[in-house]
Write a protein of this length. Structure first.
Length: 242
């Protein structure tokens, strides 16, 4: 390896990979390379990976590459006071991780004031003491402070697990002003399946939903959400925080 100059953007890429565990090339482009061509993004990420600042993995030749923090990236961030662990092997449930990070990116790139956005693994590290852990906890100030619990449902598990979480959420969490539960699914069909079951396990708390691809494209400002109890039209997430 040769010594390379590390820019502020390079450090931001490393921090994002450290926090998110693994990010795809497209996700890093949305986070750190606005207005940059995908070829230029790949070149920049390859430079960091070849010099040990990132580690890159591809499931097969047609799959999009994913990137984690490399050993030299860990050292570089530690020099700036940021403690992180280098990535090793991608998780077995990689698609679920990628989906959670898509939700996070939709929040982080929002024009609205995001107070906090924590994924499930971050909540555990922060000492989350409740028996069920949301995939994402998002706080928005628009103009009132409201929290949203996100569940990314890929349809690979039965609804019993989601029902268990919803029943617990219905009891509420002390100190959290919960505006709504948010189900993010891969298809409209899965959202409809969840919506049909909501009267049986979701109590009275607001439950809204959207399709992940639409959220990724439009962000939380997009009118991609619908009330899963009563599909009366689409709205943006921030309208529930007003």
């Amino acid at each position: 390896m040769v010594s390379i100059r590390i820019s502020d953007r390079d450090r931001r890429v490393m921090v994002k990979c450290a926090v998110a565990r693994w990010l795809t090339t497209g996700q890093l482009q949305r986070l750190c390379f606005r207005g940059v061509t995908v070829d230029a993004v790949r070149k920049s990420l390859r430079r960091l990976a070849e010099n040990g600042y990132l580690v890159t993995h591809r499931e097969h030749s047609m799959a999009e590459a994913i990137h984690g923090l490399g050993p030299k990236g860990k050292v570089a961030l530690a020099a700036k006071g940021f403690t992180a662990e280098a990535s090793r092997e991608p998780p077995r449930q990689l698609e679920h991780l990628i989906g959670i990070n898509d939700i996070r990116i939709a929040a982080e790139t929002s024009r609205h004031r995001v107070l906090y956005c924590f994924a499930s693994w971050e909540l555990q590290a922060l000492g989350w003491a409740h028996p069920v852990i949301p995939d994402i906890v998002l706080g928005i100030q628009s103009p009132h402070r409201k929290s949203f619990f996100f569940e990314y449902d890929r349809g690979t598990e039965g609804l019993a697990t989601l029902a268990k979480k919803f029943r617990w959420y219905e009891d509420g969490i002390a100190g959290v002003c919960l505006a709504a539960l948010v189900v993010v699914a891969d298809t409209d069909g899965r959202l409809e399946t969840v919506a049909r079951k909501i009267p049986h396990f979701a109590g009275e708390r607001p439950v809204i939903g959207c399709v992940l691809s639409e959220l990724t494209e439009s962000g939380i400002e997009g009118r991609v959400f619908k009330d899963l109890r009563n599909d009366s039209g689409r709205f943006c997430l921030t309208e529930l925080a007003e």
